[in-house]
Design a protein around this ligand. Sequence first.
Ligand code: SAH
Ligand code: SF4
Length: 365
Amino acid sequence: MLDHILQKADLTGELTITEIISLLELEEKKDLDRLFDCAYRIKTRHVGRTVWFRGLVEFSNICSKDCYYCGIRRSNKEVQRFALPEKAIIESAVWSWKAGYGSAVLQSGERSDPEFIAMIERVLREIKRLTNNELGITLCLGEQIEETYRRWFDAGAHRYLLRIETSNRDLYAKLHPADHSYDRRIECLDLLRKTGYQVGTGVMIGLPMQTIADLADDLMFFKRQDIDMIGMGPYIYHSTTPLMQYRREWEIPPGQLLKLGLKMIALARILMRDINIAATTALQALEDDGREQGLLAGANVIMPNTTDTQYRSSYQLYENKPCIDENASMCQDCLSRRIKSIGETPGISAWGDSPHFAARRKQTV
Ligand code: SAH
Ligand code: SF4
């Protein structure tokens, strides 16, 4: 039965929702290995065995939103707030360029005040100037109006990550205060695409009240949205957030949660062959080699942290975040070693766009 489903998946890239659920429910090691091998074969065929790096700059934990799962939400008074000076954000990105990463990701809490919008615009232009337009830039700065997305695109950003968090509208409502809107989130994803960005989205895996059927729907949602990249990862409880109340009833043990995250990656690769899929840091929070396992299950992007060590401990969306005592060079050495050890090649000095984006563009011109 499993062989039959996987054979079909390998040939067609299509699975029914019932088949997706049955694959997400696999538990036996030998079955999981077959699933991951299938995804890895598809990855090798469609995007190769090069791992693309995105140097991640988590430049501020000041946030105007109040998502119930997140350690840096507005109402959390126990967090020491910080914002890197403009110069330091630029330096971090330029470091990525010099290190041969090819791309950087600028991520922070959500802000939409005019000073912030203008600051990002200046930073983007300066990074582009200092790197001869060579460094690719991804933004992960939440929901914004169309004009803002446009200004940042014109200033040099070309990819944007905005997770839907869960495609289940009811669950979304339980994870956010009433003024955070699911429809607005979808609208933003559409605006980003319209503006010309390569669009990435994703979900958290293992949320309280989330079912396997929800996760299967999430995968179908990604496919329907025709997205170019996925950054999804395990949900990790944070002790000073409202979702803590569900921990006792809903927490999934780390080993099982990692497995679920890897199954989601494998299925995403099977269903959306030519997109970029990140092995996120939260995988590494569960097991030391979680990200490498992600690459072997179908992911092809890694986002090493390049934020200055002095700020890392304040940017904790979840607790026990790995590598908060390390600096960017330590991350780089450690990662290259890890990637080569599993037979993959680090991609050097290239943007590493998803072939899916190129194909999508060809269709529209
Ligand atoms: N403010 C921006 C970017 C920073 S948050 C935004 O929300 O888009 C980036 C991602 O971190 C969120 O999309 C969410 O999926 C993830 N995140 C937040 N809290 C988390 C937690 N406790 N465990 C795992 N991921 C979390
Ligand atoms: Fe802010 Fe993003 Fe955390 Fe929500 S997930 S509270 S928007 S940083």
